[in-house]
Structure formats: C-alpha cells, structure tokens
Write a protein that binds this ligand. Sequence first.
Ligand code: BG6
Ligand code: MG
Length: 218
Amino acid sequence: MQTRACIFDLDGVIVDTAKYHFLAWKRLADQMGINFTAEDNERLKGVSRMDSLNIILEIGGLSPDDGTRLKYATLKNTWYVEYISKMTPSEILPGAVRFIGELKKAGIRTAIGSASKNTPMILERTGIAELFDAVSDGNIVSRAKPDPEVFLKAAELLKEDPGRCVVFEDAAAGVQAALRAGMKCVGIGSPAILSGAHLVVPGLDKMNLTLLEGIEKL
Ligand code: BG6
Ligand code: MG
C-alpha cells in the first residue's frame, strides 16, 4: 500500500460530540434570546469556536463587541467541558477502534487532525489517546479549516509526505482542507455534503483496507 498515514478528524468521525456542542450552544442562545435549532447546528460542523458563535449571533441579528463575544465563547466552552468531562468509551463511534487496529497491523501510522482545543480531554475520557501516533489540534494551529494547516501539521508531526496521507472528515470545510493539503480524503457521512471527497462512507464501521487501497489510484 502507498498510504503511509491516516489522519482523523475527531468530532463526528471518532466520537459523537456534536450533541454536546449543540446543548452548550443552545444554552447560550436561549440566554441571549436567540432561537437556535438542531438544523442551525449543522452549520457549525467543523467550524471553529469563534466562527460558530458568530453564526449564532448572525441568526439572532446581534452584533456585540469583541470583549462580549469572547465572554460568550468562554461561557459556552465552560458548559461544553462540563458535558465532555463525563464522556466514556461508549461514545466512540462504531468501527473506529477496529479500523485503526487494522491500519496499525498494516504498518500505517495514525494521527488526529481536529480544530478542537478540547481534543486532549476527549481522547483521555474515551481512553483512545494511545491509538494515535500524533495529535494536531486547535491548541497548536491557528488557521481554521478549510485552511490545510491542521492536516499539514499532522503530516509534519508524523514525518510523512502529505501526498501519502489520507484524511477522514465529516465536514465540508474539512474535506476542502484535506484536498488543499494535497491529501486523499474519505468523507464520513452524506455524499451530498461531502462531494469533493475521493470516497464517502456513512461511518468508519463501513471502512476497510481494501477501500483505502482503492482510492490510491484516484
Ligand atoms: C470541531 C467541531 O471539531 O471543533 C466544531 O466540529 C467546534 O463544532 C470546533 O466548534 C472547535 O472546538 P472547541 O472544542 O475548541 O470549541
Ligand atoms: Mg468533524
């Protein structure tokens, strides 16, 4: 196999944290008198914390100053951390551990490539930190997806050529970031949203080494 490394987005690919992001943003929106729905929450997938807040403020037609925005983002994160601090291994998405095990047996290295600054806590609470050879996250990169920085940093940490890395992503902005990094991309979710990806599967439970090899020729 030509692929040397697989880089995984965390939220929505390895663990289901979207529900906690939604609960925390909804709590904030309610407090601000903004009607924020589950459908609106879809727009926040893969989007950085501050950009997510700005989308919610835009929905509510509010335009507070930067200091107030920072206070809101910090408050949301306090609540979000309360929720994720109670996460357990049962919240790892189906197929993730099995597929990563297969990659390791095949000598393929693994990394996380996530916008989240809460990556270390989520990996620790779900007990999967040791599955990854490197972690590139919101604590070490400054440019949000679709900028390729988070994936290029992961390749750099692994000391692998970006052209031989494959990214797994559930957000459209993440697929764009992978392609801009010069990497192959497997979309996790709906083909309608992830059309730019080289392959789309509904979840890692449907992923295997044969499919991975198949996209090398594309
Ligand atoms: C992404 C999520 O992985 O991380 C976004 O899909 C989230 O919803 C972003 O806003 C930043 O996460 P955090 O934990 O640093 O607020
Ligand atoms: Mg995601």
